[in-house]
Design a protein around this ligand. Structure first.
Ligand code: CAA
Length: 261
């Protein structure tokens, strides 16, 4: 398989694909070539019949310290506009149908915070350092931060954080609903992230992907439309083999042997 310069990929458990951002000298700053590799790796896991869930992580010190400031510094409006700078980051939210768990330790600033928020689930250390510091650079969040942070924690807190550029901790991220769980150590974070990934990978891939799709729809649709959408997808799952497998196994007190179809 292909070898990467800025990331590492692995399969820590059956059904679990992992992408580890690996640009330590720049605290995993998200330069364009890194995003290209990330997208390639995510596309690979998305297409693979051996993968049900994906972990995205960095190092103990940094999940990612943001977009690459040195790459952005000389950009002009026309270059950014005509090349749709940052748009390719959205592949994670538009093309990847399998759930992605972000395991965040250390810095998750600017684009790093935004990348974590694009994932389906965030686990982090209590001391993780989240924030949208773009204002300090004379700019604004550009990868969804103003939208996703505001939806996650409400306008009052999001406005304060984005206008001041002040960081917030992993513990705060959990309290405010950005992160699902926090852990006291890096080791516990990685261990529990893997445990959750294994739990998910133990289910039917059809149902896993449908769960991701319907929960994420709640962020885009008004409630009535969202409930309608959910019901349609729920109905469609009666057409899957694994709905029969799962319910039959329950009735017979057996363990379900998923077919992933
Ligand atoms: N881009 C490019 N390089 C970066 C970087 C970034 N976002 N963050 C860190 N680096 C580089 C530093 O320049 C430094 O490189 P050199 O050794 O060559 O000088 C190296 O990584 C280590 O960084 P520090 O020496 O600064 O490490 P520190 O431990 O003292 O500080 C930090 C850590 C607080 C995270 C600090 O590096 C920092 O503030 N980084 C920038 C954070 C930021 O502003 N992110 C938002 C970027 S804008 C954005 O993301 C736009 C968007 O919405 C898409």
């Amino acid at each position: 398989s292909r070898s990467y310069e800025y990331i590492q990929i692995s399969t820590p458990k059956p059904g679990v694909g992992q992408v580890t951002l690996n640009r330590p000298k720049a605290l995993n700053a998200l330069c364009t070539p890194l995003i290209k590799e990330l997208n390639e790796a995510l596309n690979g896991f998305n297409a693979s019949d051996d993968t049900s869930v994906i972990i995205l992580t960095g190092s103990q010190k940094a999940f990612a310290a943001g977009a690459d400031i040195k790459e952005m510094a000389p950009l002009t409006f026309s270059e950014a506009y005509t090349k749709s700078f940052i748009e390719s980051w959205s592949l994670l939210t538009t093309q990847i149908k399998k759930p992605i768990i972000a395991a965040v330790s250390g810095h998750a600033l600017g684009g790093g915070c935004e990348l974590a928020m694009m994932c389906d689930l965030i686990y982090c250390t209590e001391t993780a350092n989240f924030g949208q510091p773009e204002i300090k650079l004379g700019t604004i969040p550009g990868a969804g931060g103003s939208q996703r942070l505001t939806r996650a924690i409400g306008k009052a807190k999001a406005m304060e954080l984005i206008l001041t550029g002040k960081p917030f901790t992993g513990a705060e991220a959990e309290r405010w609903g950005v992160a699902a769980r926090t852990f006291p150590t890096y080791e516990a974070l990685m261990e529990e992230t893997l445990r959750t990934a294994e739990t998910i990978a133990g289910y039917s891939r059809v149902a896993i992907m449908a769960c991701k799709e319907v929960v994420n729809k709640s962020q885009d649709l008004p409630l009535r439309d969202g409930v309608e959408f959910e019901r349609r997808v729920f109905h469609s799952l009666f057409g899957s083999q694994d709905q029969k497998v799962g319910m039959k196994a329950f009735a017979e007190k057996n363990k379900a042997e998923w077919t992933h179809s």
